[in-house]
Design a protein. Sequence first.
Length: 389
Amino acid sequence: MGAIRKFFGFETRDESAGGDSPLPGVIPPSRSSLPAVTARDALKVSVVSRAVDMTNTMISGLSLDEYDHKGVRKAAPSMLLTKPSTEVDYEEFVQQSANDYLLKGEFFWYKTLGFRGEAVNLRVLPPDSVTVTMDPQTGIRQYGWSHGTVPRSRIVHKRHTTLSDEPRGIGPVDAAQTELRLALMVQKFQLAWFDGGMPPEGKLKTDQNLNPTTRDQIAADWKAYLSNPSNRVAILSNGIDYEALMLKPADAQMIEVADAIDRKLARIFGLSGHDLLIPLQGESRTYVNLEVANLDFLVKTLQKTMNAIERAFTEVLPGNNSARFDESGLLRLDSKTQAEVDKMRLDSGYTTANELRARDGLPKIAAPQYTPARPRPSLSVVPGQEQAQ
């Protein structure tokens, strides 16, 4: 395991383990001097990439509805809700906002105003390009962008996690710096082990009696030989044999460590291990209804990001109108359950067949046309028979 110690920088020094202990201590490298893991580097971790992709895929597939001050949904929403930016389409605009919110802890929108002071276009600003200062007395935030001060009325700023004395937002990447740094180190170790960049640990054996000087010289020559990557074949003599101390594939790839890190990251981003295909211990899940699974994801994970985007759009809409996501697409039932619910609604008179067909994008069923039945011909009575009867 010496290669692992060398790779991660754990070197055994002749120093005390602490206090008056005479035992040598293992001194890890200082972590305070290590650079922070950026959002782009965090996406190199598969769990983070999947968590972000799953979140913005779900949220970008929902449409926005507009409601007036009385809470009545408008038939046609404002252009800002269907085409908020002239640079990108609606789906990409929502994804950029959600990704900045998760990876950088906040998102910024720059508003282009029309002649009457209304917002006519929105642009997602890179959080790293925006400066934020806060007055410690009043708590009012001031914004700067592109080497100048931007009026507060032109900026929409939503933060993921906030503190009373912090003007910027804090996101999951900020909270998971230790886990992300360790995940990247494990990835680097996995690549280096099988890429030949890390010589295997081993031992030299001989049946001869060697004096300490000769033994040290052989060991030094062997280390020098291994230090050259081009040396792939070695010829040993005088009864010397080399035995490599190979690691098992699971140990060489540090599978258990990687799985533990993945579970921590999934917990921080608020996603279940089943959704991220992470092996779980001591947990089993039977059949779960699609609506129940999506509702759980909506309430526990997606709602915070959705609320932030809804509040941001509400700030730029005219009047007292508000924006809300249509969650019906996310809470769609499976086919069997949907058929059972539709039947109950039909039987109770809550809806009609044509309303259900319109929901599914199908044409209406034409009303049956009844042709009036022809009157039966009257039976003529033969004279004389009536008296006989």
